[in-house]
Design a protein around this ligand. Structure first.
Ligand SMILES: [Zn+2]
Length: 459
């Protein structure tokens, strides 16, 4: 008994579901066929997809669009652009559409999904491909209203107007660009064809480790791999994906960064060892030292009066290694008055760090040389005006000392031990991709040369 009841309720449930689906289809089709095809001779409705993923592909010309939809043939295809303060109606008026056609065209667009919104958000400068209606030929317009979509309006043989949204065909392409820097990275990369937004991404990701103002020399080179989406009809880039790989060769020092998406799918960049591109400056550039004097006002141990202390003092035994607080270039390494033996490193265009009272310098530390974060640059001493072995450490922002504790440079997390194996495989894939792209560039060059040779022989 219970079972029968259950079966009955199951049936009722199924009936309700079927009804709901039917309603849904009916509802959808009222949108899906923006205008019920009233023409008697033709009973097949023109399908209007709701889902943008299932949109049909657009074609390059109105003539080809008409062939796609089977509309009234057009002649004399023309092109105009939407001007400032113009509505579609006023634009159509300007390009000689009569009022009756204009009204029908606007209505046809209103009938497509989101049509009213499309009409109120048409961008200035939008391309309007059109063909004026006449007795023998059909009226049609194609609006490239977004980067990826067209709305097409056409007439059938009975002079009714219809409208549909089309997706412009696109292609994703991986691009490798290599170049030499002439004067600055920005100008040279732009000249080599790196799109501007990709270039800005490149600069912001390299900005943690490179001082673009001073560190880049003529003849330094760069490499970049990125993906672009091309509009096949217009042959223009619609969008670029985040950079895959970037490399900068600074007078022999090579910086490489690889995109390795985080769990949220956001681009993160790391060097070949999995170290994050987002580098901060170390607040304590020495191991096992004790902070003996903080930043701020204090009574000076030698001079006796209260003085602003614009750095941090770390008490440590003589000879304790002092580390570079960040990647950068040595700006000064030598005697500097009361600072004694002194090193200053320039990290970015904005940040520098200074190390004073040293007993000696690492032999690799020379003015103009690049140093890496965490590498030994010198040794704790008591040179200059100092009471005992300690490191006096300063952080400078725009050449003014700031409290190192308050540095706001974000530090990125490095690739975790758990992921490092996967990361190595990932960068190997990118490097293989690079080799493949290099080969295809090479092949293109050979093909072009063959063509040039052939042509010159013909001449
Ligand atoms: Zn000090």
């Amino acid at each position: 008994m219970k079972k029968v009841l259950n079966n009955n309720s199951l049936h009722q449930f199924l009936i309700v579901i079927v009804l709901l689906i039917t309603c849904f289809i009916a509802f959808n089709s009222s949108i899906a066929f923006s205008k019920p095809y009233l023409d008697n001779q033709q009973s097949i409705p023109i399908k209007r997809p709701i889902n943008f993923l299932s949109l049909e592909e657009s074609a390059d010309t109105i003539c080809n669009m008409i062939q796609k939809v089977g509309g009234k043939p057009t002649v004399n295809e023309k092109r105009a652009t939407l001007k400032k303060n113009e509505t579609l109606s006023s634009a159509l008026k300007r390009i000689d559409f009569d009022n009756n056609s204009i009204n029908k065209i606007i209505q046809a667009i209103k009938d497509v999904y989101d049509g009213k919104k499309i009409l109120t958000t048409l961008p200035v400068g939008m391309i309007i491909d059109y063909s004026n209606p006449s007795k023998l030929t059909g009226g049609a317009i194609k609006l490239s209203y977004t980067k990826t979509k067209d709305v097409f309006v056409w007439q059938d043989v009975n002079n009714n107007y219809f409208s549909q949204i089309y997706l412009r065909p696109t292609k994703l392409e991986n691009i490798l660009i290599k170049g030499k820097i002439q004067s600055n990275l920005y100008v040279s990369a732009l000249k080599e064809g790196v799109p501007e937004n990709t270039l800005l991404e490149m600069i912001s990701l390299l900005g943690f480790s490179v001082d673009f103002q001073r560190e880049i020399r003529k003849g330094d080179d760069f490499e970049i791999i990125f993906t672009k989406k091309i509009d096949l009809l217009k042959n223009i880039i619609i969008e670029t994906n985040p950079i895959t790989y970037v490399s900068l060769n600074l007078s022999g020092n090579k910086l490489n960064f690889f995109n390795y998406e985080d769990k949220y799918g956001l681009p993160q960049y790391y060097d070949e060892n999995g170290k994050s591109s987002k580098r901060t400056i170390m607040k304590t550039p020495i191991n096992g030292a004790r902070l003996s004097s903080g930043y701020g006002n204090r009574k000076h141990p030698i001079l006796g009066y209260t003085k602003m202390h614009r750095g941090l003092d770390f008490a440590a035994p003589l000879g304790t290694p002092v580390l570079a607080a960040g990647d950068g270039v040595v700006e000064k390494a030598g005697w500097n008055g009361s600072y004694g033996k002194y090193i200053r490193i320039r990290h970015t265009g904005t940040y520098k760090t200074a190390y004073a009272h040293l007993s000696g310098f690492n032999k690799n530390v020379r003015i103009g040389k690049r140093v890496l974060q965490g590498k030994t640059i010198g040794y704790v001493g008591s040179s200059g005006r100092s009471t005992g072995p300690h490191l006096h450490y300063e952080v400078l922002r725009n050449n003014k000392q700031i409290n190192p504790v308050k540095i706001k440079l974000p530090a990125g997390k490095n690739v975790s031990k758990k992921d490092i194996h996967d990361y190595r495989k990932h960068i190997l894939n990118i490097l293989n991709q690079k080799i493949a792209l290099e080969k295809s560039i090479q092949n293109k060059k050979i093909a072009t040369n063959v063509l040039i040779n052939k042509n010159s022989k013909l001449n």
